[in-house]
Design a protein. Sequence first.
Length: 289
Amino acid sequence: MKRLNEYLRERFGCKVYKLSLSAVKTCPNRDGTLGNKGCIFCSAGGSGDFSESPELPVKEQIARAKERVSAKIKDGRYIAYFQSFTNTYAPVRYLERVFNEAIEPDDIVALSIGTRPDCLGEEILELLTKLNSKKPVFVELGLQTMHEKTAEYIRRGYPLSVYDKAVRELKDRNIEVVVHVILGLPGESYEDMEETVKYVVASGADGIKLQLLHVLKGTDLEKDYEAGRVPVMTLDEYAGLLKRLTALIPDTCVVHRLTGDGPKKLLVAPLWSADKKKVLNILNKVLSG
Ligand code: SF4
């Protein structure tokens, strides 16, 4: 298994940190285009609760985000990471300005854009291609699962064929694709999750983010959890599952994440996931054993 830190060090020759920035404040699942309730698990912050405020100019967001990590970093390099909501879901001219501003500083070595596969029209793809010729662009796609039944339950809002097309379009343009997968979605067996991971690898993704399902306050998932319809894994079960899944991932598909970290103030379950340091220590131990 190739982990992100190792990959970034090889690629950029130094330690590289992500700065969580914001550009867009909505998505088609929230603004009424496909729905207005959002994905069942998604917090009001659009799955980017640690990002800087989109109200601030990008330069200021970058300065603030750097300030947050300044104690850990002396001479690092950064990735400008647009995480929350759907970061290609806005007028192209606006996005062009924001993304160009974000990659302008010399110490920003790459751009990472979180989005949905159904928000990659021709104009956006052209913009991504232009940006990719200046600095490497990673596009992060929220697939979550390959199973249509689960996709319906979580209200993802697009079929698997849209994901396939998006990956092809991005790969044709030499843009790196990172795919988000949620582990522990209600109704999915270990075999179902293995199928999703295998599907992502076979699709040619350059990276994968494995995220444990978090039940967050204020979401519809919380209602289902309270009604006893959302079983949550123990840490031991999750570690065992990761061991099975990571064995399926070749080094050509970099593992960007082994678990998510929901904001503590919103986290309902599983509560063990709040102790990120302990969780990562245990996961690393199990995976290297
Ligand atoms: S996960 Fe993404 S697409 Fe789904 S509601 Fe949240 S921001 Fe929208």
